[in-house]
Design a protein around this ligand. Structure first.
Ligand code: AP5
Ligand code: MG
Length: 215
């Protein structure tokens, strides 16, 4: 099963991706997580990406296309994959189509999570992250033990781009550069839009219902 999780910042892509990894045993490919790992490790890629990320701007397409090409060619993608946060521009989507044709793994479905802007801002401003990629919310989805990741036991923290200025810019960038992909995938007949405002577990039930025919 080859899936794209699509939607604005804070829509719940990462949250649902983690649940899908556990349920279907296929990897989550979050370009945001890959970039943040590079920033943490101080790699050349991370140093170049940080300035864009902190402002809520997109990192240049050629960087992302290189990352995704390498990642999709890894062995764990053999049985399928969950793309989270990629593609975000039309050139990224076009490059993905070429890569997937080469490895003969077409996208089965694009799940588009819809959530109103006010709720996105509330979610993002309360979000807590872990370096393992798990994501929590101070009120909506707190870790069992305060400040500690349920999944790996590390300390949770607030993301550098979850400040109010960067969040508003991310929403703006989403609308201008990423939202056009809704039509792009609609035209291919593989986009399904879901109500992302329901409780996390209810959204997951909806997701599993939609994916059942591909499993
Ligand atoms: P990225 O890490 O992808 O961030 P994003 O798109 O801004 O999305 P988020 O991670 O903020 O949202 P999410 O949908 O995963 O929400 P989550 O599940 O965490 O990208 C970061 C940056 O990296 C970009 O700005 C850019 O600079 C760069 N980048 C990455 N990919 C790129 C690309 N392809 N091209 C160029 N640049 C790229 O949930 C959010 C919060 O809400 C959490 O607290 C969660 O607990 C809570 N929540 C989730 N679901 C629910 C629910 N149903 N009800 C209540 N609360 C919920
Ligand atoms: Mg995310």
């Amino acid at each position: 099963m080859n899936i794209i999780l699509f939607g604005p910042p804070g829509a719940g892509k990462g949250t649902q991706a983690k649940k899908l990894v556990d349920f279907y045993g296929i990897p989550q490919i979050s370009t945001g997580d890959i970039l943040r790992a590079n920033v943490r490790e101080g790699t050349e890629l991370g140093l170049a990406a940080k300035a864009y990320m902190d402002k809520g701007e997109l990192v240049p397409d050629e960087v992302l296309i290189g990352i995704i090409k390498n990642r999709l060619n890894e062995a764990d993608c053999e049985k399928g994959f969950i793309l989270d946060g990629y593609p975000r521009t039309v050139p990224q989507a076009d490059a993905l189509a070429v890569i997937l044709e080469e490895i003969e793994k077409p996208i089965d479905i694009v799940l588009n999570f819809e959530v109103p802007d006010e709720e996105l801002v509330e979610r993002i401003s309360g979000r807590l992250m872990c370096k393992c990629g798990a994501s929590y919310h101070k009120t909506f989805n707190p870790p069992k033990e305060e400040g500690i990741c349920d999944a790996c036991g590390a300390e949770v923290y607030q993301r550098a781009d979850d400040t109010s200025d960067a969040v508003l810019n991310r929403l703006d960038v989403y609308k201008k550069q990423t939202q056009p992909l809704i039509e792009y995938y609609e035209a291919k007949g593989i986009l399904v839009t879901l109500d992302g405002t329901k409780d996390i577990d209810v959204v997951f039930e909806d997701v599993k219902g939609i994916l059942a025919k591909f499993a």
